[in-house]
Write a protein that binds this ligand. Structure first.
Ligand SMILES: [Zn+2]
Length: 107
């Protein structure tokens, strides 16, 4: 919870060198291969998305889409509902770099 609150205030910092991750790098990473480590551009230390981080990422992108398309759509038109759902998902994905936490795998 505290981590999430800290995430809202700004982008996460590297656990080692404390340099702030760039939004664009996190965004591209979250849309890409999550099984690969995220590398700090300053010190090249590898970070991994935590399980809550993965869930947050999924929740922010997939759920708005599904919930809107399934239940909240005021549109009778199916494709229009899907389109708005996708836009909501994209908006969710724009804020996910602020909320998804990364950890260093020390072992
Ligand atoms: Zn670093």
């Amino acid at each position: 919870m505290l981590k999430t609150l800290r995430g809202i205030l700004g982008l996460q910092h590297c656990r080692y060198c404390k340099s702030e991750f760039k939004w664009k790098e996190l965004y591209q990473y979250l849309w890409g291969a999550l099984y690969k480590p995220f590398r700090c551009t300053a010190c090249a230390k590898e970070h991994f998305v935590t399980i809550p981080g993965r869930l947050t990422n999924t929740a922010l992108t997939i759920f708005p889409m599904l919930i809107f398309a399934q239940f909240l759509s005021p549109f009778k038109h199916f494709l229009l509902s899907i389109g708005v759902g996708i836009i909501l998902g994209l908006i969710g994905s724009l804020i996910s770099p602020y909320l998804v936490s990364l950890e260093v795998d020390d072992e």
